[in-house]
Design a protein around this ligand. Structure first.
Ligand code: GLU
Length: 307
């Protein structure tokens, strides 16, 4: 006769405990990293290490028309050259299509979506989407899919930017989660991946702060556990313009990792003596890890890039 241990079942069917900390860096492969994207990657890895956590690398490559051939390899090489190493295999959104389709089907069952053919031109800028296509609850060709947020305001405590409260119904109205060109939208793909990969902490640029509530509303509707958020100040040039690939930010020089890292650690508020003391990439990381404190960036929306 089986002993009492037999009733508990094999270990691999026991619920897995939630990770203590799992962070991620999710670049889009639209070009090489620049100092602004290095800043995001470094801050999220520092935060993961400060919590003895894991750090995932996810390539947000759904938007194939915007992808640049070879950008993924260039990004991976740059991260490695700067001493950033990730846990587990590289994730790619282009390989997660089924997840997104399942989420869409779930939202359809819950009657939270409708099919919209409104053009951007027909919309009044700055006004919430008025719900013109709300009656189209069944799939139709050549339509985007919009998600209906509830009337309950959402709030979350951002670790850097403070408390955010927003009523999506009043500000954006129903928003696009699946594009007219048949690609999952950024909000849905990010919400589903962060939830499915049990990401506990998202550290990214403040330019994505306004994208957070739409993601949280989707996570709520899908029963996914929301991560904590820390939205970093973005690196700006001497004109105050955010460094970006579109604005022509210079690609990182992988031959100068210690200089690049020093610049980024300074922007992140790591004390000068900590940066100055370390000569090598490894020493920089070891020192910065001990002195990382997101509280030093509290409320800041931008930092001036020296590069
Ligand atoms: N892939 C997005 C970008 O490169 C970031 C996604 C995120 O961190 O949520 O801007």
């Amino acid at each position: 006769m089986a002993g009492p241990w037999a009733v508990t079942g094999p270990a691999d069917v026991q619920p897995r405990p939630a990770p203590v900390y799992r962070g991620r860096f999710a670049p889009s492969p639209t070009g090489p990293l620049h100092v602004g994207s290095l800043l995001t990657a470094v801050a999220s890895l520092l935060d993961a290490r400060a919590h003895q956590g894991q750090w995932q690398l996810r390539i947000d490559d759904l938007d194939q028309p915007r992808a640049m051939p070879g950008a993924e390899e260039t990004i991976l090489r740059s991260l490695e050259a700067h001493g950033l190493t990730w846990d587990g295999p590289v994730q790619r959104q282009s390989e997660h299509f089924e997840r997104y389709q399942a989420a869409l089907a779930e939202l359809a069952r819950a009657q939270r979506i409708f099919y919209c053919r409104c053009t951007r031109k027909s919309r009044v800028r700055g006004q919430p989407y008025p719900g013109t296509c709300r009656a189209y609850r069944t799939q139709r060709a050549d339509a985007a899919v919009r998600f209906e947020p509830t009337a309950t305001p959402l709030h979350f405590a951002d670790r850097i930017q403070g408390t955010v409260q927003i009523n999506l119904l009043e500000t954006t109205g129903p928003y696009i989660i699946w594009r007219r060109d048949a690609l999952p939208g950024y909000a849905l793909a990010t919400a589903v991946d962060d939830g499915a990969d049990t990401v506990t902490d998202v550290v990214r640029g403040v330019d994505l702060l306004s994208e957070t509530a739409p993601q949280l509303a989707l996570m709520q509707a899908l029963g996914l556990t929301a991560p904590r958020y820390a939205h970093l100040p973005v690196a700006v040039d001497s004109q105050g313009v955010k460094l970006s690939k579109q604005a022509g930010a210079a690609p990182l020089d992988d031959g100068r990792p210690a200089q690049n890292l020093s610049a980024v650690f300074r922007l992140l508020g790591v004390p000068e003596w900590v940066v100055a003391e370390a000569g090598t990439v490894a020493a920089l990381w070891a020192n910065a890890q001990e002195h990382w404190s997101p509280a030093r960036l509290r409320g800041r929306a931008s930092v001036p890039s020296p590069l």
